[in-house]
Design a protein around this ligand. Structure first.
Ligand SMILES: Nc1nc2c(ncn2[C@@H]2O[C@H](COP(=O)(O)OP(=O)(O)O)[C@@H](O)[C@H]2O)c(=O)[nH]1
Ligand SMILES: [Mg+2]
Length: 675
C-alpha cells in the first residue's frame, strides 16, 4: 500500500483537442515519475498510454487510460498522481465524459502552434459544466514560431484573466521557471514579479484573514500563498497555465511541482452520494467506489476500473454492488499503468484501481463496503447519434457477429446494439464513423468475424386516412374437410391513444362467438405487415360487422386468414399512407455556420423549430425525417470542420410525401419479388 496521505493525492483528467499533445505530455510525465524507464511516444508505438492495437494503428488515443504513481519533487515532497489520458477525437467523447465524472480536476492541453481548437472548447465546456477545478497546459514550445505569451493572450481573451501562468518559458524556450519559485532567470524576473503580485492577490482573496493581512500591507508567507492559491484553484477563480514541451520534457517537472501544490486533493472535492449526502473522504470510512470503465482487452484481461471515493478496499475481500444489490467477491487489486499491472493489498480514496473478473458488476455500477448501500450519481454518457445496420460478410457468421458486437458494446458505453424487429436488422449505433470503424476492426480481430455496415432501413409504418370496408371469404374444398371463413369489416383512422381498436358488431351469430378471437388474431397478423409495403400498421380501428360460417368446414385458421385479408382489402379502400419516423435534432455550432446548417436541414425536408445560444454556441432545433439523417454525423462534421455537434431523438410518425412514398413502395415490391 502506498504510504501517502489522501491530502497528497492529485487526481486529474488530461483533456483537449485531438493531436494537441496530451499523450506525448503524459508519456513524458510517466518517464519523469519513473513509471516508464524511457520516454514513450505515440508516434512510434512506444507510448504507455496509446498501447492498444487500435490506438497504435490509427495513431490516436481511443480509450481513457488511467495512470497512478508517486511523484517526488526536488524539494523531497511526494504526491500521488492519478491521471487519465483521454482521447480528443469527438467520436470517443464518451471516454472523456467518464474520465471527468471520476476526476477531481482537469488539465486542458493546448498546442501552442494551434491555439484553442474545437476539442479544447468541448473539454472546457465539460469541465465548466462539472465545476471542475482546472489547469491549462500550453505544449509544443519546442516548435518553431510558437509563442507562449501569444497563446496565453489568446487564452485570456476567451476565458478571462483568471487564467494565469504558473510557469514561464525563457524567450528561446530553453528553460522554464516557476512563478512561485525563488531566483528566476534574469530575463524573466520582471514578468515573474508582475505575475506573482497578481497571484498573491488571488491567494489573499480566498480567505478573510489572508485578505486582511494583505490589505494591511503585510507580506503573506510562502505557505499562506500556496494554501491560498490551492483554494483559488479549487474554487475555479484561478486557472493556472503551464508552459511545456511534451516532446523535449521542457517544463514538465516545473508543471508537476505546481500541480502538487495547487491542484485539489480528494478531500477538497466534497464528493456526495446520489442522495446528496457528503461522503467522508477518509481511509476509515466505509468504502465507496464507482466503475467508470470496463475493459476486455487481450493485454490486460477483463478489468473493471474503479475510482475510490471514500474508505479503503482490500484485496481478497467482499464488497456490495449498490446498483444491482448483489454481493461481489474481490480477488486481486491492481494499479494499472498501461500494460503494466501491479498488485496492491489495499486502495483508498483518490485511487483508481482495476479489479479483474468481477462477476456481478458492470460499467457504471456503484460499489461499497458490505453492510452499506452507498451509491454515487451514475455517469450520463452521450447518446449515440449515428447508426448502421450490421451484416456478417459470410453467411453463417451470425453467431460470431452476435458475440463480437456485444463485446465491443461492453467496452464502449457509447456504442449501443439493438435488433430492430420491424426491419429485421441488427443496428449498431455510436458517436461517429471512426468509432464504428474501430469497432468493426475489433470484431474482426477479437471475434474473427468480418462485418459490413450499411445504411439502416427506415422502420416505416402504414395507416389509413379515411374509412373503408373489406370483405373476404376464405373457402377451400379439397377432398376431406374444407375450410370456410367469411368476414365483413370496416376500418377507420383512430388516434394512438384510443384504447378500443376492435369492435365486435356481429349480431345474430353471423360468426359464432368462438371464432371471434380467430378473426382478431387475423387482424393482428394483418397489422404486422400492411398492404402498401409490408410495414407495421398503426392507428387503425376495425369494426367486425358481418360474416358467415359453415357447420363443418369453419375453423379458427380459416377465420384468421379471412380476417387478415379483409383488413387489407378495407385498408386499400381507406386511402392508406406510409408514415415515417420524424426526429427532433438539436445542432450546436459556432455562429458562422448557421446559414449552411439551416440550409442543409431544409434540404433534408427539415423544419426549423427554433434558434438560440447555449454555452457560447448557436443552437438550432429542428424536426426532420429519420431517413434523411442517417449520415448527419459525417455531413455535419464536413460542413463545420468538426466544430458542430448534435443530439437526436425520436418524436413521432408522420405521413411520407407521396413522391418519396412511391419510391419506398416500389423498393418494397421489388424486394418482395426477389424473395
Ligand atoms: N514538436 C512537438 N511535437 C509534439 C509535442 N507534443 C506532441 N507532439 C506531436 O503531436 C502529435 C500528436 O501528439 P499526441 O500526444 O498524440 O496528441 P493527443 O492527441 O493530444 O494525445 C504527435 O505526432 C506528437 O509527436 C511537442 O511538445 N512538441
Ligand atoms: Mg492522445
Amino acid at each position: 500500500m502506498k504510504n501517502i496521505a489522501i491530502s497528497d493525492v492529485r487526481n486529474f483528467a488530461i483533456l483537449g483537442h485531438s493531436g494537441a499533445g496530451k499523450t506525448t505530455l503524459l508519456d513524458s510525465i510517466l518517464f519523469k515519475m519513473g513509471i516508464n524507464d524511457r520516454q514513450g511516444s505515440p508516434d512510434n508505438g512506444s507510448s504507455m498510454s496509446d498501447y492498444t492495437d487500435e490506438e497504435r494503428e490509427h495513431k490516436i488515443s481511443i480509450w481513457a487510460t488511467p495512470f497512478d504513481g508517486i511523484y517526488t519533487s526536488k524539494s523531497g515532497k511526494s504526491v500521488n498522481l492519478v491521471m487519465t489520458d483521454t482521447p480528443g477525437y469527438a467520436d470517443f467523447y464518451g471516454q472523456v465524459v467518464s474520465s471527468c465524472a471520476v476526476a477531481d480536476a482537469s488539465l486542458i492541453v493546448i498546442d501552442a502552434s494551434a491555439g484553442i481548437q474545437v476539442g479544447t472548447n468541448r473539454a472546457w465546456r465539460l469541465a465548466v459544466a462539472r465545476s471542475m477545478p482546472r489547469g491549462i497546459v500550453v505544449t509544443g514550445l519546442d516548435k518553431d514560431n510558437v509563442s507562449f505569451e501569444g497563446t496565453l493572450a489568446a487564452i485570456q481573451e476567451v476565458w478571462g484573466k483568471c487564467c494565469r501562468p504558473a510557469t514561464l518559458p525563457t524567450a528561446d524556450a530553453s528553460a522554464v521557471a516557476s512563478v512561485l519559485g525563488a531566483n528566476p532567470p534574469e530575463e524573466l524576473a520582471d514578468r515573474i514579479a508582475e505575475i506573482k503580485g497578481a497571484l498573491i492577490e488571488y491567494a489573499a482573496e480566498t480567505d478573510d484573514t489572508l485578505l486582511e493581512k494583505y490589505l494591511g500591507g503585510e507580506d503573506l508567507s510562502p505557505e499562506e500563498i500556496s494554501s491560498g492559491l490551492h483554494g483559488a484553484v479549487h474554487a475555479g477563480s484561478l486557472i493556472p497555465v503551464f508552459a511545456v514541451s511534451g516532446r523535449t520534457m521542457l517544463g514538465v517537472e516545473e508543471m508537476l511541482d505546481a500541480i502538487s501544490l495547487l491542484f485539489p486533493s480528494p478531500e477538497d472535492t466534497g464528493i456526495k452520494d446520489v442522495e446528496g449526502n457528503a461522503l467522508a473522504v477518509d481511509p476509515d470510512a466505509p468504502f465507496c467506489g464507482h466503475v467508470w470503465r470496463a475493459v476486455n482487452d487481450p493485454f490486460v484481461g477483463q478489468l473493471s476500473f474503479v475510482r475510490v471515493f471514500s474508505g479503503t478496499l482490500k484485496s481478497d475481500s467482499e464488497m456490495f454492488n449498490a446498483t444491482t444489490d448483489e454481493k461481489e467477491r474481490v480477488g486481486q487489486l491492481l494499479i494499472v499503468n498501461g500494460k503494466k499491472q501491479e498488485k496492491v493489498a489495499a486502495v483508498t480514496a483518490g485511487d483508481v484501481v482495476a479489479i479483474p473478473k468481477l462477476k456481478n458488476t458492470s460499467l457504471n455500477d456503484s460499489l461499497c463496503a458490505m453492510g452499506h448501500h452507498i451509491k454515487v450519481t451514475p455517469i450520463e454518457f452521450p447518446h449515440p447519434v449515428t447508426s448502421y445496420a450490421v451484416f456478417p460478410k459470410s453467411k453463417g457468421d451470425e453467431d460470431k457477429l452476435a458475440t463480437g458486437i456485444s463485446r465491443v458494446a461492453e467496452d464502449d458505453p457509447t456504442i449501443l446494439v439493438q435488433r430492430n424487429e420491424e426491419t429485421s436488422e441488427m443496428i449498431i449505433a455510436g458517436m461517429g464513423d471512426v468509432q464504428l470503424e474501430v469497432a468493426v476492426e475489433k470484431m474482426k480481430k477479437r471475434s474473427n468475424v468480418e462485418v459490413e455496415l450499411r445504411t439502416p432501413k427506415v422502420a416505416y409504418r402504414e395507416t389509413i386516412t379515411a374509412a373503408g370496408e373489406g370483405h373476404y371469404k376464405h373457402k377451400k374444398q379439397s377432398g376431406g374437410r374444407g375450410q370456410y371463413g367469411d368476414v365483413y369489416l370496416r376500418v377507420e383512422p383512430c388516434s394512438p391513444d384510443d384504447e378500443e381498436t376492435f369492435v365486435n358488431a356481429i349480431v345474430g351469430g353471423a360468426i359464432p362467438g368462438n371464432f371471434i378471437p380467430a378473426v382478431q388474431k387475423g387482424l393482428v397478423d394483418g397489422m404486422e405487415k400492411g398492404p402498401l409495403a409490408g410495414y407495421k400498421v398503426i392507428n387503425v380501428k376495425t369494426t367486425l360487422y358481418d360474416g358467415s360460417y359453415h357447420d363443418v368446414d369453419s375453423s379458427e385458421i380459416a377465420f384468421k386468414i379471412a380476417g387478415s385479408r379483409a383488413l387489407h382489402e378495407a385498408m386499400e379502400k381507406a386511402r392508406p399512407v406510409l408514415l415515417e419516423p420524424i426526429m427532433e435534432i438539436k445542432v450546436m455550432i459556432p455562429g458562422d455556420f448557421m446559414g449552411d446548417v439551416n440550409g442543409d436541414l431544409s434540404h433534408k425536408r427539415g423544419r426549423i423549430l427554433g434558434m438560440g445560444s447555449e454555452n457560447g454556441m448557436q443552437v438550432i432545433t429542428a424536426e426532420a425525417p429519420q431517413a434523411e439523417l442517417f449520415k448527419y454525423s459525417s455531413e455535419l462534421r464536413s460542413m463545420t470542420g468538426g466544430r458542430g455537434s448534435f443530439e437526436i431523438r425520436f418524436l413521432r410518425y408522420e405521413t411520407v410525401p407521396s413522391n418519396v412514398a412511391q419510391k419506398v413502395i416500389a423498393a418494397a415490391q421489388k424486394e418482395k419479388e426477389e424473395e
